[in-house]
Design a protein around this ligand. Structure first.
Ligand code: ZN
Length: 164
């Protein structure tokens, strides 16, 4: 499982777009419309990709809440959201972000392109399994050793000795 992580400063739409770009790429789909079509057909590539993506509930909620905006995404030729942090509006860009807000007159925000979500560095929720494995491994190694049981048979030979 590879949980996805977005930049800390991404909230709402920005986080949804960040996840959306990665979801499209992993599913090898060019647009959200293609993705939903592939999903409804249970495209094996998409089904497999979603199994690996391991989106959490918050991420799925974000994506669901921003379907209309995600519908504007395109991988190639690129069309990604450039969001103004000051007024919250966005434009679509295929290239670099504009240096100033193009939507709201007089807005001082500097629009930023949204970066694709990346694999989370550590699966924080599963620290137990790596610890459990090394713990059980030595156990299975020590258990075969009670094959020293044949030693318990030796006293039987003592009976023979008494017989003499
Ligand atoms: Zn703005």
């Amino acid at each position: 499982m590879a949980a996805l992580a977005v930049k800390d400063e991404y909230q709402g739409l920005a986080a949804a777009v960040s996840l959306g770009i990665t979801v499209l790429k992993r599913c090898k789909q060019n647009t959200w419309a293609e993705l939903t079509a592939a999903m409804s057909e249970a495209d094996p590539i998409v089904v497999k990709a979603f199994k690996v993506l391991d989106l959490d509930d918050d991420q799925l909620e974000l994506i669901a809440a921003h379907q209309p905006e995600l519908g504007l995404l395109r991988i190639a030729p690129a069309a990604t959201h450039v969001i103004c942090p000051a007024c919250g509006t966005f434009i679509l860009s295929s290239d670099t972000a504009p240096t100033r807000c193009l939507v709201t007159p007089g807005c001082s925000g500097k629009p930023a392109k949204i970066a694709a979500a990346v694999n989370a560095k550590k699966p924080v929720e599963e620290p137990e399994s790596p610890e459990a494995e090394p713990a059980s491994a030595p156990d299975s190694e020590t258990q075969p050793e009670p094959a020293a049981k044949p030693a318990a048979k030796k006293p039987v030979i003592d009976l023979d000795d008494d017989f003499d």
